[in-house]
Design a binder for this molecule. Sequence first.
Ligand SMILES: Cc1ncc(C[n+]2csc(CCOP(=O)(O)OP(=O)(O)O)c2C)c(N)n1
Ligand SMILES: [Mg+2]
Length: 531
Amino acid sequence: MTAGELIVSAMQAEQVGAAFGLVGTHVVEIYEALRQAPDIRHVTSKHEGNATLMADAYSRLSGKTSVCFSTAGPGLLNSLAGIGQAYASYSPTIHISGSLPRGAPRRSLHALDREDYTVKALAHLTKLSVRPGTLAELAAVLPRCFAAAKGAEPGPVHIEIPWDLMMARPGRIPAYRPRPARRVTSRGIPPSLARKLRAARRPLFCIDTLCIRSGLLEDVIALAEFHGAMMVVSYDAFGAVPSRHPLNAGVLSDFYFGTAALEATGRADFIAGFGVLANSESERLIRQHAKVRPILADGWDLQSWRQQGALGAIAPVMAGKGKKPWFARRCHGEWRKAVAKLARPRPRAAMHFGRAMLNLAGRIGPDTTVILDAGSHEIWARAVLPSFGVLSVIGSGNWGGMGYALPGLIGARIAHPERRAVAITGDGCLLMSMADLCTLASVGGPAVMVVMNNAMYGEIKRVQLARFGASHEIGIPALDFARIAESFGLRGIRVEREGALDAAFAEAFASPDPVIVDVVCGGDVAFPALP
Ligand SMILES: Cc1ncc(C[n+]2csc(CCOP(=O)(O)OP(=O)(O)O)c2C)c(N)n1
Ligand SMILES: [Mg+2]
């Protein structure tokens, strides 16, 4: 086996769902092995950064490990922000790159001063970053890498293959054997959790991303329903609890959202955090607002509880508790009215973000996955669009990287071809990722991309005005994204008046192929007070 064949056989044994990447001299051996393995779905992105974001979205939505390929040096380093995204969202993604040969001269192709600069650069962005020197070392480290990527606190892993190893003569390698998941039986549910939950009159659960990754989300929601525990979700886990769920107390955040969630946290007499890490943003918010000491479960706790079936076991103890919500997220209905008022049609004024999102909201159903980006369009989307649970919405979240929506849309199409995928992006965000419009065209399927086109980095204008009363360097040329989309072989629809929204969205949502809806908006960057 060559190094490339070994990698591909590991991917097959690990049942990797999909691969994303871009070819290069230092990875042609892997691509040759991939050519011989038509069972592996590979999507070529036009930029490594987008490839890693596609992998992130794919893994988050499918729960399966994905693999990304990039060439040495600049190819790998192009993908850094996407690997950061995968780290932030606990995505099991494996990033395999080519690399300099051992003993490479300084300043040769893709080289700087040290031959190991990339493996070191990736160390802080991954769960594991390795540079095996021989086929035997590669064979030994691959199962470790896959196990690290999908552990109790999953995340990206980097493996780089020195060029001399990539080009080495085939060697005899024993068949690949995946490592079984580590059993963690040492961590039981603290007895105080069951006891305090039983005694509580105003229980509250906080749900963070690791709760989703642990596979326990459904059990946690069932437990909340059983005990009438209100649920708050972190900014990253947004959408995990359906927006209309009677026990949903909103998003735990003091940045844009949080009025309701922070109030509920302050009133709760029992708090359990599922997937809440020590020193995390969620922990900070709970500690800052709670009157009681929370019980927090990290990824290892949750893995252990799942392996022991422990959560189900504590439910009967609580039999007989009332299930009625103890907290009314008052603002929801009132707030919808406020949005409608704020975003009242102004026939002569430019279209308002809120109006476009309200129109879109009625078209989003449980079979839709919404992919968010970063900017004021994102805040409006989070505020106005409904969510229906864990598959219904993803975005760059607290990582906050612009340019997630387009690669995220492609990842979503591959992860769940049966679901409609709708991306909401801004003109600034789309300009960062736009090269993969042609990839979207080739992947195809029902995908709607809504571009909130306000000819500016609106969110930054909002921040500048709030801080300095003036803005600077926030303009973007007025672009026609419908025409741009068409030049990439996609259907593009331009909407310049509110009256044209209905027909545009109706056509886009009825289409079996991707459609870009370029919504020309005014410069509104104000937000309603969010629940
Ligand atoms: C990679 C990256 N660069 C810069 C930023 C800072 N930033 C956050 S939102 C934003 C503006 C986004 O512009 P656009 O997509 O047009 O959205 P709008 O706010 O206008 O709706 C910028 C520059 C970021 N979050 N990520
Ligand atoms: Mg903009």
